[in-house]
Design a protein around this ligand. Sequence first.
Ligand SMILES: [Zn+2]
Length: 228
Amino acid sequence: PSKTAIGLDMGISKLLTTSNGQYIKPKNSFKANQVKLAKLQRRLSRKVLFSQNWKKQNRKIQKLHSHIANIRHDYLHKITTRISKSHAMIACEDLKVANMSKSASGTVENKGRQVKAKSGLNRSILDQGWGMMVNMLEYKQQWRGGLLIKVNPRYTSQTCSECQHIAKENRQTQSKFECVKCDHKANADINAAKNILSAGHAVLSAEGGCSKGRPLKQKTSDLREKVA
Ligand SMILES: [Zn+2]
């Protein structure tokens, strides 16, 4: 079994960026199906409500919905199985803390801009995908005796993974990270994934240092607050 650890940054154009610099793209057929879905839905809106033609059209939409869901499901299973098999410890952002609805209005760091650019439908599907992905990773790690650690996503995109300096100015564009203190340059997503991995390690070592008495689960949630 693997003993390595990895940090994952979840995004839109790249579904996942890993702390060792790999990208996993979202499934492409997905976009094409969304265009098709929008077309079917526009047609539905022109039909007389609950008429035979409306029902026929509605069935087509339902069929496409389940087709899209199946593709997403299969793809996420493939990705999460591969990652889970290769790494004993996986660190990712805690989506509950990230609060994707807040990020859509641009309050959570830079992700807001990305999310806002996308349509509501697109976004909700992606949100669902992220949550599903984290759930899959969680139970697959449990099966294999590995760990999934959810860390506070705050500052993961503004912190320098080399010198830990936190500044908004470190992030001049969506894709570039340039530390104003130590001049470290990196792809912004890879930098974030590295920070997520470090935060995961911090949670682990803090738990290891005071593991007597209280149940692990309770402490994990306490500690998550401290790992910013
Ligand atoms: Zn730095």
